[in-house]
Design a binder for this molecule. Structure first.
Ligand SMILES: [Zn+2]
Length: 447
């Protein structure tokens, strides 16, 4: 079988055929680094990590290049710097580091290339110049705008009628715009805003342009796959495509892949509803693998209802799987049922069901191979069951209490021994008294 993906451009499942099987290229829009990522922001990196792993399996890891950018210049970052009095570089360095740490805890492989927008100002200016030369962009009052009516097939990705696109652009119609749908490629910076010298004065790039220029710089002018959350289809991806296709006069992306929204208890996540979880906070309470499994539990195109109960349930599932793999070596080949499910439009719920079908002692080696391929069961079972979560007792404290309990029992102070056991119980520590007289232990879920 071969890989089939739903291409957002056609709205249909299509057989994936790379432009060059020796160099499969994928780009995914990365974070704007001014705050902690919330759980909705973690869905695209998990979905496209799974696709990256699958492409590596199908074409060889050395033949796949995955780029995911860091947006480190943006009005939201500038606003955060102004309200907090911190340097922009301080903010972006800090949140870039946390983003990388959080993603690593979800077992997301680092992309091959992680370009920073601020390292690509020159290629951005070059692309704007090319668009002006081709008369699809114009400079006005320190701005440069892409002229939407100059591209007859603008809108072919989002399939929106023109009046909706103008309304959807949600920008007040500035007097320097020739058409209300025209969008910013470059804008002027005031003296207290970050900026770079350009032929149109000191300024900074528009967000859409950043991705177009970084894709060209690292992956070329036509790529196999471009991914992101469905909220990016319009205007961000529509505009990326407009810029790149007009600059290069040929198609930009073979297959567009978009993941659905993350909901909390059936509602859209928002700060005002108080149903907003950051990845960072969730990682204090739950293992990254349980969060990852939860994010893979719905098909990527469907909305995903994310609840803490859901993560706890997936944690118990992982507990069960971890119990099966002690002393087991992963099978040499990947289970075909898992690969077949993923080849069918990255059907992760079906792949998880295939893992579940292997979750028995006689096929534990295949469970382990398939789960590790999907970024799960990557810890040693001993580490998994002992890892500290949520401000509980640390390993040293647990072991000190076990020693104390043993001493109390030897002194026949059973009241003290029971009190210690209760204390461990309350902290979610299960004691395992071995026949040889030693006591091992593990953590159980906090539910
Ligand atoms: Zn982008």
């Amino acid at each position: 079988m071969s890989l089939v993906l739903t291409n957002s451009m056609s709205g249909r499942k299509e057989t994936f055929k790379p432009i060059d099987a020796a160099n499969v290229r994928m780009y995914v829009c990365g974070p704007t680094v001014y705050d902690h990522a919330h759980i909705g922001n973690a869905r695209p990196p998990v979905v496209f990590d799974l696709l990256y792993r699958l492409l590596g399996h199908l074409y060889g890891a050395a033949h796949v290049t995955y780029a995911r950018n860091i947006t480190d210049i943006d009005d939201k970052i500038i606003a955060r710097a102004q309200e907090s009095g911190r340097d922009i570089a301080d903010i972006t360095d800090h949140y870039t580091r946390i983003y990388r740490e959080d993603m690593a805890q979800l077992n997301i492989l680092p992309p091959d290339i992680e370009p920073l927008a601020t390292d690509h100002i020159e290629p951005m200016i070059a692309m704007i110049k090319a668009l002006i030369e081709k008369q699809v962009a114009y400079a006005a009052e320190g701005h440069v705008l892409f002229h939407v009516p100059a591209m007859p097939d603008y809108g072919k990705l989002s399939h929106r009628p023109r009046d909706e696109m103008v309304a959807g652009a949600r920008v007040e119609v500035a007097p320097y715009k020739k058409d209300p749908a025209d969008f910013i490629l470059w804008k002027p910076s005031s003296p207290n805003q970050p900026g770079w010298d350009s032929p149109w004065g000191r300024g900074r790039p528009g967000w859409h342009l950043e991705c177009s220029a970084m894709i060209k710089a690292h992956l070329g002018t036509e790529i196999d796959l471009h991914g992101g959350g469905q909220d990016l289809i319009f205007p961000h991806h529509e505009n990326e495509m407009a810029q790149s296709e007009c600059a290069h006069d040929h198609p930009f992306v073979r297959t567009w892949v978009h993941n659905g929204y993350v909901l909390a208890n059936g509602e859209k996540m928002s700060k005002s509803l108080g149903n907003f979880h950051t990845v960072h906070d969730l990682l204090a309470d739950f293992p990254g693998e349980a969060i990852r499994l939860t994010l893979m539990s719905a098909h990527y195109r469907q909305p995903l209802d994310f609840t803490k109960d859901g993560i706890a349930e997936n944690r118990r599932r992982l507990d069960r799987w971890y119990r099966l793999i002690g002393g087991v070596e992963a099978a040499k080949s990947l289970p075909q049922t898992v690969i077949t499910a993923l080849e069918d439009d990255l059907n992760s719920p079906k792949a998880i069901a295939a893992l579940e079908a292997l979750a028995k002692p006689e096929t534990a080696d295949q469970l382990l191979a398939g789960a590790q391929f999907m970024g799960l069961l990557l810890e040693a079972p001993d580490v998994w069951f002992k890892a500290e979560r949520s401000g509980g007792l640390d390993q040293q404290a647990v072991e000190a209490l076990i020693v104390e309990r043993r001493a109390a029992r030897q002194a026949r102070d059973f009241a003290r021994a029971d009190a210690v056991r209760d204390q461990l119980d309350a902290a979610g520590i299960r004691l395992l008294d071995r026949p040889d007289g030693t006591t091992d232990w593990e953590r159980i879920g906090h539910d």
